[in-house]
Write a protein that binds this ligand. Structure first.
Ligand SMILES: NC(=O)c1ccc[n+]([C@@H]2O[C@H](COP(=O)([O-])OP(=O)(O)OC[C@H]3O[C@@H](n4cnc5c(N)ncnc54)[C@H](O)[C@@H]3O)[C@@H](O)[C@H]2O)c1
Length: 325
């Protein structure tokens, strides 16, 4: 299989690229390096391109033809919720515009298999113990809306132009499969706690008065290597002849409270600091946990790595001193 990965210089895309390379698949990466790093690429060819630019469809169409690409994994996106609130038009042009350009290029090169990075952010405020793919989607910020519109655009392309696609709605991603591919952004809970510990400061928990067992928010953490495996399962599903557009949650189905996660980090880091509790942040739902039944049934994928492995692998990568980790 010859695969093109957009966002392959990023945290998750580089894990997917390395797993595909390890099994002998040819991989080409398209990335503008806005938040990606070339040292994550290994031997993969990089085409440096802003997918949202006017020239992207024709450049990308040429790459798809020259490289005889069979399938595209589209991970490139802007993903900062706060920034999406401040610059909504730019987020739409980046995330929705890039996808539209990619679909134009795929159509022109007759490439019809796509795996799309979506997000649990499409659900918005969720109710119940776990959220299934059939739940109402009511994203609460522009970032989540760009992902939902992306899914809708793919629905239309699957209906109108014969695209075969899988969208993966990631829950909370963490860990590192290889130290050099670690998450270098400080946007998620684990890197944020590491940053506090580095500064000799106690970790911060936002709100301990939620209606959850220990009062802190509950999330579903999935190891980045398990997530990368889910992309390969999706790709193989398309290669086996799946048609239309299917949407799957990628989570473990297990909830972990913020306090339990912070405690695990303190244990792994050997720290005796006591977390500080600050007031709730606006917009944080109490509990967001995936129903992971559909992806197990249809793709045979299940998360294999637990919380300890997520934290330990992230901490070990942090200790190797990868820039920004
Ligand atoms: N990390 C998470 O917790 C999480 C959760 C849900 C969904 N996602 C989604 O997963 C995908 C990958 O996220 P990540 O955590 O690896 O982020 P990342 O920032 O590390 O990777 C994104 C990559 O896309 C590239 N990129 C961004 N805009 C581009 C553009 N216009 N043209 C070309 N390249 C561009 C960046 O340079 C970067 O290499 C994103 O689509 C994100 O929305 C991530």
């Amino acid at each position: 299989m010859r695969t093109l990965i957009t966002g392959g210089a990023g945290y998750i895309g580089s894990h997917v690229a390395r797993l595909l390379g390890d099994r002998g698949d040819a991989v080409v990466v398209v990335d503008d390096l806005s938040t990606g790093f070339t040292d994550r690429l290994g031997g993969a060819r990089l085409v440096r391109l802003d997918l949202a630019s006017d020239t992207a469809p024709s450049i990308l169409g040429d790459v798809l033809r020259e490289e005889r690409i069979d399938a595209v994994l589209h991970l490139a996106a802007r993903k900062q919720v706060h920034e999406s609130v401040q610059r909504p038009a730019w987020y739409y042009s980046q995330n929705v515009g890039s996808l539209a350009n990619l679909l134009l290029a795929m159509e022109s090169a007759s490439v019809s298999k796509l795996v799309f990075s979506s997000s649990a952010a499409v659900y918005g405020a969720v109710e119940g113990d776990s959220v299934a793919e059939s739940a109402t989607t009511r994203p609460v910020n522009p970032y989540g809306r760009t992902k939902l519109i992306g899914e809708q655009l793919i629905d239309d392309a699957a209906f109108g132009s014969g695209l075969s696609a899988v969208s993966l709605r990631y829950f909370n991603v963490g860990g590192a499969g290889w130290a050099d591919l670690a998450d270098r952004a400080v946007l998620n809970l684990v890197p944020m706690v590491f940053q506090r510990l580095d500064a000799g400061l106690p970790p911060v928990i936002f709100g301990d008065d939620y209606p959850t067992p220990d009062g802190t928010c509950v999330r579903d953490y999935v190891h980045v290597l398990d997530l990368a495996d889910a992309h390969i399962a999706a790709l193989d599903h398309l290669a086996a002849g799946a048609t239309g557009h299917e949407v799957f949650n990628v989570g473990t189905g297990e909830g972990t409270s913020v306090r339990a996660m912070v405690d695990e980090i303190l244990t792994v880091a050997g720290s005796t600091l006591t977390p500080e509790v600050h007031p709730r942040r606006p917009g944080d739902p109490a509990r967001v946990v995936a129903s992971a039944a559909l992806i197990a049934e249809k793709l045979g994928w299940r998360a294999e790595r637990g919380l300890e492995e997520i934290v330990r692998s992230a901490w070990e990568a942090h200790l190797t001193g990868t820039p920004g980790v």
